[in-house]
Design a protein around this ligand. Structure first.
Ligand code: ZN
Length: 224
């Protein structure tokens, strides 16, 4: 499945357009609808060429785990909007010029895509270190598909709207829900059956309550 990249929010997602690795064709002006913001998202042009290029990069003898780490780190900075693409590839260029060229291409497609490709490159390194049998290109396709289906990706529209995009996207903080659990406990016991952790806590609270209530009832007995 060839990924599409939303030009508005930056989401990398499976486009529904298929193709086999090794097939050489260009997708001109094919687009899919972004599942997050419903904008029109172009299907990635030259998908297999980009992946083949990444495979060649990883096979270079001087491409190390450190280079892969640097790529991931700089891509994440772009994703969090804490670095400029040009400065980021400049930092990579100091240790690995070829990697910097690829990084510049990936980040021109999108910050989430740069993170996706850094993930692919790391997966390829691990694959090579394990001397796995499957061809590297197959592993690259698999890693990118996995990323586009399962990896949480920030909405890059937020970069233009606010200064702190990552905090506003997240669901409400946990402590609140814990408090709620404690208060609503007697009514919610059925819904909580599946999760063992709150159950333990509730049992502890119940025991504590029982202890205090028995202490109270004992008081009058002690002082007749
Ligand atoms: Zn979108």
């Amino acid at each position: 499945m060839i990924p599409a990249i939303c030009s508005k929010c930056g989401l990398v997602f499976p486009s529904g357009v298929g193709g086999a690795p090794g097939a050489r064709f260009r997708i001109e002006s094919v687009s899919a609808s972004c599942p997050r913001c419903w904008s029109s998202a172009p299907v990635l042009d030259g998908y297999y060429e980009i992946l083949e290029d990444a495979v060649r990069l990883v096979q270079q003898p001087d491409f190390t785990r450190e280079t892969a780490k640097a790529l991931a780190l700089e891509a994440q900075k772009l994703q969090r909007n804490t670095a400029e693409a040009q400065a980021a590839s400049g930092r990579i260029r100091k240790t690995h010029p070829a990697a910097a060229d690829r990084f510049a291409l990936w980040s021109s497609i999108g910050a989430n895509f740069a993170v996706a490709m850094a993930t692919v490159v790391s997966a390829l390194l691990v694959h090579m270190e394990n001397r796995a049998n499957a061809p590297l290109m197959e592993r690259a396709v698999e890693a990118l598909e996995d990323f586009s289906r399962h990896q949480p990706q920030p909405d890059l529209r937020a970069h233009r709207l606010s200064v702190a995009p990552t905090t506003s996207i997240r669901p409400t903080a946990r402590p609140h829900s814990k408090e709620k659990l404690r208060v609503d406990h007697p009514k919610q016991s059925d819904c909580q059956a599946a999760t063992p952790e709150p159950k333990l806590e509730n049992r502890r609270i119940r025991r504590a309550k029982r202890a205090t209530s028995s202490r109270k009832s004992r008081k009058p007995v002690r002082r007749p």
